[in-house]
Design a protein around this ligand. Structure first.
Ligand code: ME8
Length: 638
């Protein structure tokens, strides 16, 4: 089968800490996460690195603008990136920061190596400097005299600096790209780099005078200068693996694949390979370049101030829903337009209708006709065989599309299996078979559907990890928490008859489209309770209410009212609840409670609270509100 034994190393760009994460960053990081999960599920040893780029003038400016010491500022924003990736279920193995001493050492070692072999020289330089790009830009790159990425006029700068003899490697690089057609992909970006290389390549200025830019890595051979931020940043891909001596470096570097958007094609497609060559190192395997998420017509970017924060989106639409949308909507390599309408449209059509309905109606039938157990199939008829064959063909294609970054195709193909399974149910009419007491035929049909669903769930694991594991669990497939179901060895017919299934909440609840905006009532309304005005439905719908299971509870020091509680809502969440006089911490473990999850975070007695537990007040006591029967943690309340 498609097992790929060469260890796989995937990287995202290390993001600048000059502003908070937005969905452009989230996209690249989710793609990397999908690839990492895919390769792990294929049985390939995998290393996934992301991180933050913390040197350079822009970062100093951003810290100054917030009146913060630079060190404190970079810690804060880097922490926000890391927390965002944790909340998005990003399974990175290493989060690298360029201010870490382990990285600084490697940058200096590489500079020294390149210097020793004569590829670095000192010279005066005058040119147009774009502070946004943090580099000298060429006249011909400007549009109307402005940098096309930052829409500002570059500044004329003249100073003595160190240069890397990049021009020396021009012919070698052109030859390498010709001989490795997939080195830079998709093809349009390979062509873009080749067309850039048709002009004579200039040497790269790799230093900044310390007097002007103190925040950087000192050159090992001249303490008056710091390293240009790109020469520093690109080396993260080596330092994160423990270059030069670590076995991790030896194992993973040959299978290195970078993910970037087209904004940083030149540093990755030209500077980086020539730097590696000069340092005597083998090149990365693939540079995988994607397009931009656009808002309306322009690129979403921090400098243009039109960004969407990933966590806001996830709070509103659900994590796996957003992950699905990103991968289904954008053709890797091309630009795509982001809108909440497109997102909610996909959620309702593809997830709630197609997949969610298929899953819930199938499970409902197994409960109704087979006591919730996987039935034993009888002899197969052609239409059963057709589903099995389709599943196998879809799987094969999926295994080819995913590593080729053709996520939209992989998902379209998978949705063919979902569509066909829905049609198969309609044509096979299980309800009729039940009425006619054709139990064996009914069993075969239901078994076929359950197997198809198992394949769908297994193949969705890299893209929608939480939902896929939840589906597999409901299908009675127990997977070790961090492992999931292997993809290389999927075999039809492995579901064991007699296995008990479990029903749960709708996987992907339908969204109410065009929610009316929350507006204050035009005229005063009769009060329903003292001090509480009547509210309209839209106001109520602003509340995000969920059921969660308490997994930890403890007293808060010096408080006789407050307990610190951790609730499992599909993900853990800490809430401070004023119920210490009515509940012992130990009695709460395993209890399901009603939680307001979109309450603004607050600090109570110095402890952070992200939500509120709801309790009835009755005769001076607080009684927690719980669902009538247990439900899946994270279930919404409507
Ligand atoms: O360039 N659409 O960091 P950065 C899609 N520190 N992806 C987008 C995007 C958009 N509208 N906006 C940003 C840097 N991205 C350097 C990298 S690497 C050695 C140093 C994503 O914070 C995309 O991956 O500006 C893009 O390449 C990256 O964020 C730029 O991040």
């Amino acid at each position: 089968m498609h097992t790929n034994s060469k260890p796989f190393y995937v990287t995202t760009p290390i993001y600048y800490v000059n502003a908070e994460p937005h969905i452009g960053h989230a996209y690249t990081t989710i793609v990397a996460d999908t690839l990492a999960r895919f390769h792990r599920l294929m049985g390939t040893e995998t290393f996934f690195q992301t991180g933050t780029d913390e040197h350079g003038e822009k970062v100093v400016e951003a810290a100054n603008a917030r009146k913060m010491p630079v060190r404190e500022y970079v810690d804060q924003i880097s922490g926000q990136f890391q927390a965002t990736w944790d909340a998005l279920n990003i399974s990175y193995d290493n989060f690298i920061r360029t201010t870490a001493s382990s990285h600084i050492r490697v940058v200096q070692a590489i500079l020294q190596k390149v210097q020793d072999q004569g590829d670095i020289y000192f010279s005066e330089y005058a040119g147009h400097y774009c502070y946004g790009c943090e580099r000298f830009v060429l006249e011909r790159e400007l549009v109307d005299g402005k940098c096309p990425d930052h829409l500002v006029k570059p500044t004329f700068v003249k100073e003595g600096n160190y240069f890397f003899r990049m021009s020396h490697y021009q012919d070698w690089l052109i030859d390498h790209i010709h001989r490795h057609p997939e080195f830079i992909r998709p093809e349009r970006y390979r062509n873009e780099v080749l067309s850039f290389l048709k002009e004579p390549l200039e040497d790269l200025c790799i230093s900044r005078p310390k007097a002007r830019v103190p925040w950087g890595i000192p050159l090992p051979f001249d303490d008056n200068y710091v390293t240009y931020v790109w020469f520093d940043a690109l080396i993260n891909y080596l330092s994160g693996l423990g270059y030069p001596d670590s076995p991790t470096f030896a194992k993973f570097w040959p299978g290195c694949q970078h993910l970037i958007a087209k904004d940083i094609l030149k540093p990755h497609g030209i500077y980086w390979p020539t730097m590696l060559k000069a340092a005597g190192l083998p090149l990365y395997q693939h540079l995988n370049v994607h397009g931009y998420w656009q808002m309306g017509t322009g690129k979403m970017s921090k400098s243009l101030g039109n960004v969407v924060a990933p966590l806001d989106l996830v709070k509103r639409y659900g994590l796996d829903q957003v992950r699905y949308f990103f991968l289904r909507e954008m053709v890797y390599g091309l630009d795509a337009t982001f809108s909440e309408e497109a997102l909610s449209g996909r959620i309702n059509a593809d997830l709630a209708n197609d997949l969610g309905n298929l899953f819930s109606r199938s499970l409902a039938m197994v409960f109704k006709y087979c006591q919730g157990q996987v039935p034993t199939p009888g002899p197969l008829e052609p239409q059963d065989q057709a589903i099995q064959e389709l599943a196998q063909a879809v799987w094969q294609d999926y295994l080819a599309f995913l590593p080729a970054l053709e996520f939209h195709k992989a998902l379209m193909r998978l949705w063919e299996l979902i569509g066909e399974s829905n049609r198969y149910i309609v044509l096979s009419e299980p309800w009729q078979l039940y009425k006619e007491q054709r139990q064996e035929r009914l069993n075969t049909v239901l078994y076929t559907i359950l197997e198809a669903l198992r394949w769908v769930a297994a193949l969705l694991q890299p893209i929608m990890p939480t939902s896929a594991i939840r589906m597999l669990a409901q299908l009675g497939i127990s997977t070790a928490p961090a492992k999931g179901q292997a993809l290389a060895t999927l075999t039809w017919g492995e579901m064991q008859p007699g296995t008990t299934l479990s029903r749960g909440e709708a996987l992907f609840p339908r969204l109410e489209l065009q929610e009316p905006e929350l507006k204050p009532a035009a005229s005063p309304q009769p009060a329903t309770a003292p001090g509480k005005p009547e509210i309209d439905l839209a106001s109520f719908q602003q509340l995000d209410l969920r059921i969660g299971t308490i997994v930890r509870a403890e007293r808060i020091a010096k408080s006789d009212k407050l307990l610190k509680v951790v609730v499992d809502l599909g993900e853990p969440r800490q809430v401070v609840a004023g119920i210490a006089q009515n509940y012992q911490p130990d009695d709460l473990i395993g209890k399901q409670v009603l939680v307001v999850v979109n309450l603004k975070p607050a600090k109570l007695m110095g402890v952070e609270s992200h939500g509120m537990l709801l309790a009835a007040k009755s005769e001076g006591r607080l009684v927690l509100v719980s669902p009538e029967t247990p439900v899946v943690p994270g279930a919404t309340v409507a």
